[in-house]
Ligand binder design. Structure first.
Ligand SMILES: O=C(O)CCC(=O)C(=O)O
Length: 265
């Protein structure tokens, strides 16, 4: 497993080389306890008050539901998370300083939730440069262990062009060459090249404890990327209004990095 100790100022060229080659990097404890302690009740609220369900409905059937009443990034700790300085510094080390926020999801997965079949999450862009990268930051607030199940990745799979669900017929089964990430301390972030195939596996010994999982994604500047939420403009506008980038990172919430929303694919 490619592991980097969080808290160091910048990732060195070796981390970058390993990320380019394998397509992932594990940053144990990137999220400090104080931030985690504020994120967990926000995730609980997001799920228990139906805000997550409402947010999904806004994407699945926008004509019927309209935009959600609350956005993930309007929850204060979630807003902080998406521009968490050590995270943005790590991204800079991997893909350079010019990138745009794409989307944020937050969930408390119930114990016993089924796995998620092999897939990747890369969105297309309208440019001609195939080397432009989208990165997903998978934040495991409570870490990973036998009580919450694991994440498996297929190193190098991001380098072959394939549809998001090209391996979904394998379900969550073991694939040759996979790396299983099944033990992570709380507050660990796994950075994935979004084109990397990965799968979520359920807890091996049956239902354990809830899996607190937030993912945020970022796209390298240089082309216009496809948005995944119909209310993407509102999302970026609120992030700018709330100054989540703290006066820095001018591209982080800029609209010009996106094509028009054309529906779910
Ligand atoms: O739950 C996880 O560890 C990964 C989930 C996942 O693959 C996804 O949300 O795309």
């Amino acid at each position: 497993m490619t592991v980097h100790s969080a808290g160091r100022e910048a990732l060195d060229t070796e981390h970058r080389r390993r990320f380019l080659e394998s397509g992932y990097l594990v940053l144990p404890g990137l999220l400090p306890e104080a931030l985690r302690e504020r994120l967990v009740p926000e995730v609980d609220r997001w799920v228990d008050e139906g805000l997550r369900a409402r947010s999904i409905a806004a994407c699945v059937d926008p004509d019927r539901h309209g935009p959600p009443p609350v956005l993930e990034l309007e929850l204060p700790a979630h807003g902080e998370l998406l521009a968490h300085p050590p995270l943005l510094r790590a991204l800079t080390g991997l893909i350079g300083p010019s990138f745009v926020f794409h989307h944020l999801h937050s969930d408390r997965q119930a114990p016993g939730i089924p796995g998620k079949p092999w897939h990747h999450d890369c969105e297309p862009h309208d440019g001609s440069d195939p080397s432009l990268v989208m990165v997903h930051a998978l934040h495991y607030l409570g870490g990973l262990d036998e009580k919450v199940g694991s994440l498996a990745v297929l190193p190098g799979s991001h380098r072959t062009a394939a549809g998001k669900n090209a391996y979904s017929h394998h379900g969550t089964t073991e694939l040759p060459g996979e790396v299983v990430i099944d033990r992570l301390p709380p507050g660990t972030t796994v950075l994935l090249n979004s084109a990397l195939f990965h799968t979520r596996r359920p807890a091996p010994e049956g239902p354990g404890r809830p899996r607190y999982f937030i993912d945020a994604s970022y796209c390298q500047a240089g082309a216009r990327w496809r948005p995944v939420k119909p209310h993407w403009r509102q999302m970026l506008a609120r992030a700018r209004e709330l100054d989540l980038a703290d006066g820095q990172w001018p591209e982080l919430f800029a609209e010009h990095h996106f094509t028009e929303y054309t529906g779910t694919v």
